[in-house]
Design a protein around this ligand. Structure first.
Ligand SMILES: Nc1ncnc2c1ncn2[C@@H]1O[C@H](COP(=O)(O)OP(=O)(O)OP(=O)(O)O)[C@@H](O)[C@H]1O
Ligand SMILES: [Mg+2]
Length: 357
């Protein structure tokens, strides 16, 4: 009798494992679930029947068979119902993803039902939300870029037409023309730099550098502009700091931050670069005593083409790309950049760079 029990148990296990492996080959979740239900009912029953048949010498086999088939049919029925509800939810998710693939970016999947499917719905919706935001941002970028390119071109065209018609002397328009060409050149250069950052094509030669030298070289370049505006420009470096960075890119970041500060600081104000070595990084801060930034706008400043209303209306806004480029360059060197309002008025923009070992 013990041998029989061992043989039946081993045979049940063997058939069970083989069938489960076979179930993986079935093409749909529905079929797999039905197969699983059948296996769960038929296999133990077969084992009971086999041992019962031997034990009771075919005494009550018809009754046992009837009970066995009834319970097996009930289980298969229940499995079919379950499978239908699961596959209906999956079908809805599939339909939503086809809608999204066809360009309907507002399509969202239901987030109800069994936990796994609800979670799948939630993460699908998160992905769809991100795709929608990305497309919106791209649309906005193209709209702003074309506006900013069109404005200087239209103005140059008007000036050239006036010159052709003899309505003005070339000398009168030359400085304005040069100015517009310079604006266009800078905008194209900035767009090119951003495209390279986005495409990951930025080739950075990271090396150890003394931040003091980078700051000094940048301040030297901006000193005449600061003097002309009567703005005090200074560096506050309490302790020498070395960082692993691409010095020419750090200079570009500093230049973008300093030109912003000079642009937004009235005469008799001051702009300072503060360098602080921390445990694993070097923090560089540019702070000014100028217009300052509203706390709710400190994140938006880094968006491409974004310019504050105050900057626009006072004519102090540029292309709106300076901070976006600074963010791209800082992050490519393994640092972070953020803005805050300076206690006592003015703006403060800081970034970090990995400290040299
Ligand atoms: N130091 C600052 N003080 C006050 N507002 C600032 C300061 N720096 C930046 N901003 C605000 O953030 C906006 C975005 O700055 P960003 O440098 O990206 O563009 P921009 O200076 O307008 O143009 P660009 O740098 O392309 O010439 C500015 O238009 C301005 O409204
Ligand atoms: Mg700027």
């Amino acid at each position: 009798m013990i041998e029989l029990a061992v043989i039946v148990t081993l045979a049940t296990l063997g058939v069970g494992v083989a069938t489960v492996l076979g179930l993986h080959l079935l093409p749909t979740v529905r079929l797999q679930l039905v197969g699983l239900a059948l296996l769960a009912v038929v296999l133990p029953l077969a084992a009971v029947l086999l041992s019962g048949w031997v034990m009771i010498h075919m005494g009550a086999d018809v009754k046992i068979l009837a009970v066995a088939s009834a319970s097996a049919s009930a289980a298969v029925g229940a499995a079919l119902l379950l499978a239908r509800s699961i596959s209906r939810r999956i079908d809805r998710l599939r339909a939503t993803s086809s809608q999204l693939a066809e360009g309907d970016l507002a399509a969202r999947a239901p987030e109800t039902g069994p936990r796994e499917l609800a979670e799948l719905g939630t993460s699908f919706n998160e992905m769809a939300g991100n795709v929608e935001r990305l497309f919106d941002a791209r649309r906005q970028l193209v709209a702003w870029a074309s506006h900013d390119l069109r404005t200087p071109i239209a103005s140059m065209q008007a000036m050239l037409e006036a010159l052709e018609d003899g309505l003005a002397e070339p000398e009168a328009y030359l400085p304005a023309l040069r100015d517009q060409v310079r604006r266009l050149g800078m905008l194209v250069e900035d767009l090119f730099e951003l495209a390279r950052i986005d495409a990951g094509l930025l080739t950075l030669e990271l090396r150890e550098a003394e931040i003091e030298h980078v700051v000094e070289s940048c301040l030297r370049g901006l000193e005449p502009e600061a003097r002309a505006k009567h703005v005090r420009l200074e560096a506050r470096i309490a302790q020498p700091a070395r960082a692993v960075c691409a010095p020419e890119k750090v200079e570009r970041v500093l230049f973008n931050l300093l030109t912003n500060s000079l642009r937004h600081t009235p005469s008799d104000g001051s702009v300072a670069v503060v360098v602080e070595p921390l445990s694993h990084e070097v923090r560089i801060t540019v702070e000014d005593t100028g217009d300052g930034i509203a706390p709710e706008l400190v994140r938006r400043m880094f968006d491409r083409f974004w310019r504050g209303d105050r900057a626009r209306s006072s004519g102090k806004a540029g292309g709106g790309l300076g901070l976006a480029i600074a963010q791209g360059l800082v992050e490519a060197q393994g640092g972070r950049i953020w803005a805050e309002t300076r206690p006592g008025g003015g703006a403060r923009v800081s970034f970090t760079l990995p400290a040299a070992a």
